[in-house]
Design a protein around this ligand. Structure first.
Ligand SMILES: NC(=O)c1ccc[n+]([C@@H]2O[C@H](COP(=O)([O-])OP(=O)(O)OC[C@H]3O[C@@H](n4cnc5c(N)ncnc54)[C@H](OP(=O)(O)O)[C@@H]3O)[C@@H](O)[C@H]2O)c1
Length: 244
């Protein structure tokens, strides 16, 4: 894939990995439309990157998601890349949780239903482009889950499988399906936990190399090693991440 001259819809570009994706694609000369739920953070983003378009959208809210989709299809028919980056992670024990029904559905909506709906809604447009891509951000936890984040890990495993099946379905079309598989990264999502975290820049630097070379599954840093260990010693990889 060419990393310049594209029009990109990026979810969750206001911090962490998404902000770095924005920065690098912006420098490469792409047009970006960023969707996230916090208007103040989007305004700040607009000040730093004046050419970036922003849309307020709560991906956990089906009406808001529909509006985003309609807005993008009507206003930006040139979009040829969709990056599903936005995500949330709740760490909790189900047996101790009182607000589980709400938390489960919110996490699934942001991490899984919204990428599915955006892909499904954008596909007719993407498939008319000479080169097009869907980029899904999953996690090493898609392969070996951790105890404290059951819904997050399940949603990332599902997004991994979705990426694979869509790749099968879109064989022979112009639409390529990429997956970024990061390890623990130093972002607001992981604030106050974990050690030896990668920076968002390290993640995106590696992704950009894979993106240009059409490597569709891009495991980054330790995620690469964990997947290798997991193929040979799956129980060991499970043990490493169980209490991560
Ligand atoms: N950090 C890690 O260790 C790690 C590892 C593997 C994979 N990942 C994945 O990488 C992706 C980015 O995560 P990050 O670590 O960069 O986290 P982050 O800094 O917390 O960024 C999350 C982004 O998602 C957006 N977002 C959250 N809820 C939203 C909602 N309801 N509607 C719209 N946007 C929403 C946030 O924007 P607003 O707050 O403005 O809405 C923000 O821009 C996620 O998919 C995450 O699962 C992260």
């Amino acid at each position: 894939m060419q990393a310049h001259g594209n029009t990109i819809l990026l979810t969750g570009g206001t911090s962490g990995i998404g902000l770095e994706l924005l920065r690098q694609f912006y420098i490469e000369g792409n047009k970006l439309i960023v969707a996230s739920s916090n208007p103040d953070r989007l305004n700040k983003l607009h000040t730093e990157f004046p050419k970036v378009s922003t849309v307020v959208c709560d991906l956990a809210n089906p009406k808001s998601l529909r509006k985003l989709l309609e807005h993008c299809l009507n206003t930006y028919p040139e979009i040829n890349i969709l990056i599903n980056n936005a995500g949330i992670q709740y760490n909790y024990q189900w047996i101790e949780e009182d607000d589980g029904f709400h938390r489960i559905s919110r996490e699934i909506r942001v991490n899984l239903t919204s990428p599915m709906h955006l892909i499904y809604g954008m596909l007719p447009q993407l498939s008319t482009k000479e080169q097009a891509a869907i980029v899904n951000v999953t996690s090493a936890l898609a392969f070996h889950p951790k105890r404290s984040a059951p819904v997050y890990c399940a949603s990332k495993a599902a997004l991994h499988n979705l990426s694979k099946t869509l790749r099968y379905q879109l064989e022979g079309t112009s639409v390529k399906v990429f997956e970024i598989i990061p390890p623990l990264v130093d972002t607001p999502m992981t604030k106050g936990r974990g050690k030896n975290k990668l920076s968002p820049k390290e993640v995106v630097d590696e992704f950009m190399i894979g993106f240009r070379k059409n490597r569709y599954e891009i495991s980054v840093g330790k995620a690469k090693w964990l997947r290798r260990i997991g193929r040979i010693y799956p129980r060991l990889a499970d043990r490493i991440l169980k209490n991560a």
